[in-house]
Design a protein around this ligand. Structure first.
Ligand code: ADP
Ligand code: ZN
Ligand code: MG
Length: 493
């Protein structure tokens, strides 16, 4: 915790405590339709256009389970090494809120989809296994719109498009011990769900949301302290900040002789603090009971095996393979496998004939920078893999300079032209063969008798000046070694 401590607790006192954190992550499943009806799950449509009697909870309607959502839930479970239960069951979680038209949310309770998995995080080179308690399926609530309307000071509007969207909730064991560990866990989980095509994990659009449970205890103490649950953590930054704040708040409370109250708190982004939302409902307040409208979900082993067989390579396996197969550092392997699209791009560039190391450098440097600047995330749509391979080959073969290739790459990225087209159009072929270089160098020397005289008088520094002049005149395309040799020869004449 590097911030100055608002709570006034001294750092050495903070250090006597240990945090215990468990995350509940909700990921929107990548299905075309909702969990129990045929309405579209598309994001950004006009409010209340993707609705029907089922997701609006009108009387007399019956839900039908989305098979694809179950399949994606199983896929996530298998990836986390969890045991998919042969029989799970949807239950009603009853509570009253305007975003919940039925008066209950269909979720899973005593019979979840899967139990007992784990995920490995790596922090500062150290690996740690974080247990996953359970995964279950549920439907999302609608979205309450508190702002942006002329009468927002006295009205709240509700958009039911999101209502009934399929979610998987993934609950971790209280195995995390620091905000950075929680962040690493969420990053790893996000990457896995993205690789699996289970969720697009778009945090801005709310398709990945995280609630953090946190408590503190004196270091060395076996028992857990009383936890609070912090909601509304829709970015990695908020997760870390909220946890740092909350841990410190709890320690301050205890140090002042108070007790932590079990409650739900909200991360207030503007104020940079957590605030009480409601005291934590006890589970029985939700009056969970099996949904009588839905049959139990029975998952046959054969279906599980089918899903397992169709799973893509997971991020951790791909990182290891990249490091071994391409001789990359663990760091490079991690960056290049950051998204599935990037990893596949790298492999396509190598398959097109580029050497692995320079291909990795180009992708991690120029390509990632351009992608970041333009907000694009599909590299192949900007520069075809075989074109980057072509460019890399030309640099390696000495046909163009590194500086020229960088300029060419920007053009290729912007225009979609091939490496050959750009290199020819911009005249980027490296000048070699002394003819052209000699002509330019001679001209520069003849134009500058003063510096020539200095050089002849023994001022060695002037040599570098002449080299710079030639490189500039050739826009960096001259072979630097040839420039050196040519200048030495001409200046000695
Ligand atoms: P609840 O009944 O309040 O929902 P659960 O036992 O279902 O609590 O746990 C919810 C989440 O809280 C899980 O991610 C779990 O790992 C975490 N958790 C449980 N106890 C603690 C604790 N004392 N401190 C921090 N996290 C905890
Ligand atoms: Zn519907
Ligand atoms: Mg719970």
């Amino acid at each position: 915790m590097s911030r100055t401590l608002e709570s006034g607790v001294a750092p050495e006192v903070l250090a006597r405590y240990e945090a215990v954190i468990g995350l509940e992550v909700h990921a929107q499943l990548k299905t075309a339709s909702k969990m129990f009806c045929a309405c579209s799950t598309r994001f950004g449509d006009a409010p209340n256009t993707n609705v029907c009697p089922v997701c609006l909870g009108l009387p007399g309607t019956l839900p039908v389970i989305n098979r694809r959502a179950v399949e994606l839930g199983i896929r996530a479970s298998l990836a986390l090494g969890a045991t998919v239960q042969p029989r799970s069951r949807f239950a009603r979680k009853n509570y009253f809120y305007p975003d919940l038209p039925k008066g209950y949310q269909i979720s899973m309770y005593e019979l979840p989809l899967a139990t007992g998995g784990a995920l490995e995080i790596e922090l500062d080179g150290e690996r740690k296994r974080i247990g996953v308690t359970r995964l279950h399926l549920e439907e999302d609530a609608a979205k309450a719109l508190h702002e942006g309307f002329l009468d927002s000071d006295r009205s709240t509007y509700v958009d039911f498009n999101r209502c009934g969207t399929p979610l998987v909730e993934i609950v971790s064991e209280p195995d995390l011990r620091a905000p950075a560990e929680a962040q690493a866990y969420l990053e790893e989980l996000k990457q896995i769900l993205e690789y699996l095509d289970v969720s697009d994990c778009n945090m801005e659009e709310g398709s990945l949301r995280c609630d953090a449970n946190v408590s503190v205890r004196p270091r060395g103490n076996g028992e857990f302290g009383t936890k609070t649950e912090v909601k509304n953590l829709n970015s990695f930054r908020y997760l870390a900040h909220a946890l740092e704040f909350e841990i410190e708040r709890q320690i301050a409370t205890i140090e002042q002789g108070g007790r932590v109250t079990q409650e739900t708190r909200l991360w207030n982004v503007a104020a940079g603090r957590t605030e009480p939302m409601r005291s934590k409902e006890h589970a029985h307040d939700y009056r969970y009971f099996p949904d009588p409208d839905l049959l139990p979900v029975e998952i046959r082993a054969a279906w599980q095996e089918e899903i397992r067989a169709a799973m893509p390579e997971l991020p951790a396996a791909r990182r290891t393979r990249f490091a071994e197969a391409y001789g990359l550092t663990p760091y490079d392997a991690r960056v290049l496998t950051g998204t599935r699209a990037l990893a596949e791009y790298f492999e396509a560039v190598v398959a097109a004939g580029a050497a692995a190391k320079p291909a990795a450098n180009w992708i991690q440097g120029e390509l990632l920078r351009r992608l970041k600047e333009t907000g694009a995330d599909q590299p192949a749509a900007r520069v075809a893999p075989q074109e980057l391979a072509d460019l890399v080959g030309r640099v390696e073969g000495g046909e163009i300079t590194a500086a020229g290739a960088k300029r060419a790459f920007v053009r290729m990225f912007e225009t979609g032209q091939s490496a050959a087209q750009v290199v020819a159009a911009e005249g980027l072929e490296q000048m070699s063969g002394t003819g052209e270089i000699e002509r330019i160098a001679r001209e520069i020397i003849e134009r500058d008798p003063a510096n020539l005289a200095k050089y002849r008088a023994g001022n060695e520094g002037v040599f570098k000046f002449f080299v710079g002049q030639v490189m500039r005149a050739t826009r960096g395309q001259a072979n630097p070694q040839q420039v050196n040799e040519t200048l030495k020869r001409l200046l000695a004449e």
